[in-house]
Design a protein around this ligand. Structure first.
Ligand code: NDP
Length: 309
């Protein structure tokens, strides 16, 4: 079974090919021109593919290598077949871990201790209060946001969540829509963004939102870089309105070497590594879903093209 790969990331694709040889040798990842188009049953893509899939007559399913599909949906020629986000159990576990680590690091300001060590300075600071004194709000209660919010709840944080449609989750104050967002902000000490990029979420994290948070709140963004207005963030950090920002995603990636974010004292940058599963986990999911698609079975994690995620 031939699966067309459209990606410039040759190293990662090579790892997947190697993993598939062990896990499901009947599936071949092929490049454009390597086999007749009529033999290709699925496509695996990580970038806009304008027009490049339209001529393949036997495509059953499209797989997105990225959990964020905003760039793909910009393509009006994308065939009207299921578009699946390959979110795995590992993706979820890794994101939960990333969120937990950075929530703790932000709440207890461990980044100042890391700086003190570099400066050979012993600084006890004020004693830490318990997690229950800290309000954490998770924007986006989807495949990654909901498990992260539940984990924080179970660790004793005061957790709120925000989504597009209403949710009921025990022990989590749930809000939805623009009005819900306004209600949640004043009790938010740490804001975790796990939103997809859509017309509605682009630039959502900006000055007026920051000003509704308690003074000195922290932000963690592992959703999409374009959800956050960087100039407004820098201004909020410089004024102290935001005390610290942890950023895993950026409008331009890799983050350009001349970006102020690299050296800003209030910013921690990580290179879009919050939740990337290993090749074997990734191709296992690919193999399972391809076989399901060919049998006509129902798939999960299908993108709702109208909602944009
Ligand atoms: P899902 O599609 O499962 O969930 C998206 C969530 O966002 C849903 O709860 C949805 O609400 C909510 N949402 C969407 N639009 C709005 C809106 N306008 N207002 C309020 N809530 C909204 O996505 P995932 O959880 O799988 O992933 C989220 C994002 O994380 C991805 O799009 C990707 O950009 C990013 N990501 C980052 C990674 C990294 O390594 N940094 C790795 C993987 C993903 P509702 O439930 O009502 O539909």
């Amino acid at each position: 079974m031939n699966v067309l790969v459209l990606s410039d990331d040759h190293e990662t694709v090579g790892q997947w090919r190697a993993a598939l040889e062990h896990i499901d040798p009947q599936i071949c990842l092929v490049r454009e021109g390597e086999v007749p188009g009529s033999t290709i049953v699925a496509a695996l893509v990580d970038q806009p593919v304008r027009g490049r899939l339209a001529a393949l007559p036997h495509l059953h399913v499209l797989f997105s290598m990225m959990a964020g599909v905003d760039a793909l949906l910009d393509d009006p020629t994308l065939p009207p077949i299921p578009l699946v986000r390959l979110v795995t159990h590992d993706t979820v576990a890794l994101m939960r871990e990333y969120v937990y680590y950075h929530v703790v690091r932000s709440r207890r300001r461990f980044y100042t201790i890391e700086e003190d060590q570099r400066r050979r300075r012993w600084n006890l600071g004020a004693p830490s209060s318990s997690p229950s004194s800290c309000g954490v709000s998770v924007l986006g209660l989807g495949r990654l946001g909901l498990p992260s919010a539940i984990m924080l709840r179970d660790l004793g944080y005061r957790v709120a969540g925000w989504s597009r449609t209403p949710k009921e989750v025990a022990g989590i104050r749930s809000f939805y829509g623009p009005v819900g967002l306004q209600e949640l902000l004043p009790t938010t000490n740490i804001l975790v963004c796990l939103l997809p990029l859509t017309i509605e979420t682009e630039g959502l994290l900006r000055a007026d939102l920051f000003n509704e948070l308690p003074f000195g709140a922290s932000i963690i963004n592992a959703g999409r870089g374009q959800c956050l207005n960087m100039d407004d963030l820098i201004a909020a950090l410089d004024s102290g309105q935001i005390s610290h920002a942890t950023l895993d995603v950026f409008p331009m990636e890799p983050l350009p070497s001349n970006s102020t974010l690299w050296s800003h004292a209030g910013v921690t940058v990580t290179p879009h590594i919050a939740a990337e599963p290993t090749p074997d986990v990734f191709v296992s999911r690919l193999s399972r879903d391809l076989r399901k698609a060919l049998r006509g079975d129902v798939l999960t994690d299908i993108v709702d093209r109208r909602a944009g995620y």
